[in-house]
Design a protein around this ligand. Structure first.
Ligand code: C5P
Length: 234
């Protein structure tokens, strides 16, 4: 989506300990943010109801469940998730069986499936510990190819890999990049980080930003800063 407005490119990760806190954030961010991610932390404390409420209020919602299980279970989970009327759902992009099952479960619904390639907090050493001899970028590329072959709409990857994924996948395949930080800011537990400019210029469609916005003294001002950086890159 080369011409999407800056606002449509920013996804704010609602990683908060309670629904009330997430609702406060959404109210404060107001019109600055049109796209939210509901993930594992919030889903166990009423996140699905909030996701539906956000959709009813005209926002887009990314349900970050990072599914990984046997094909039959993934297919049925995705079929039920498709009924929620949300926009994006994540499935781990480790193998073709899981991803093909997810595509079967999605059926004709409009839910977009995104494959998690290699988590942005993992390094080459972490992969070696898992018994994987590939470097993160090569593994991301390999999993992105499998995701595309399986019928996925796109991938989650670091901005560091966006350019190579775009070159491999061509236009139209969604690249969504977490691990986004402004120069000089704290990296928290993230490892393969990039700036918003570098991710967008590399070909990312969306950047996912959590703590740099949600834990800022003024989240709305922080969101506006990220939007400014996205606009600079477009
Ligand atoms: O707070 P921060 O900006 O680091 O949050 C990044 C968000 O993106 C978190 O919700 C995390 O679960 C998610 N994510 C990630 N790396 C991936 C996939 C999702 O950091 N590969």
């Amino acid at each position: 989506m080369p011409h999407a407005a800056a606002r449509d490119r920013l996804i704010v990760a609602l990683d908060t300990p309670s629904i009330e806190e997430a609702q406060r954030l959404v109210a404060g961010l107001d019109a600055s943010v049109s796209f939210y991610k509901v993930g594992l932390e919030l889903v166990f404390t009423g996140g699905l109801d909030l996701a539906r409420a956000l959709k009813a209020n005209g926002k887009r919602v990314f349900l970050d469940m990072k599914l990984l299980d046997i094909g039959n279970t993934v297919e049925r989970a995705v079929a039920n998730a498709s009924e929620l009327g949300l926009d994006f759902l994540t499935v781990h992009g480790h193998d073709l069986k899981t991803m093909r099952a997810a595509v079967a479960g999605r059926g004709s619904s409009r839910l977009k499936l995104l494959a998690v390639t290699v988590l942005t907090n993992l390094t080459e050493d972490d992969l070696r510990q898992q018994g994987c001899q590939m470097n993160p970028a090569d593994l991301v590329l390999s999993r992105a190819r499998m995701a595309q072959e399986s019928g996925f709409d796109g991938v989650i990857a670091s901005g560091q890999e966006a350019e190579r994924i775009r070159a491999q996948a061509g236009p139209g395949f969604l690249i969504v990049t977490p691990g986004i930080r402004l120069p000089g800011s704290t990296t928290d537990d993230q490892e393969r980080i990039t700036t918003p400019e570098s991710a967008i210029r590399g070909g990312a469609d969306h950047i996912v930003v959590g703590r740099p916005i949600t834990q800022a003294d003024d989240p709305k001002a922080a969101a506006e800063t990220f939007l400014h950086h996205i606009r600079e890159a477009l």
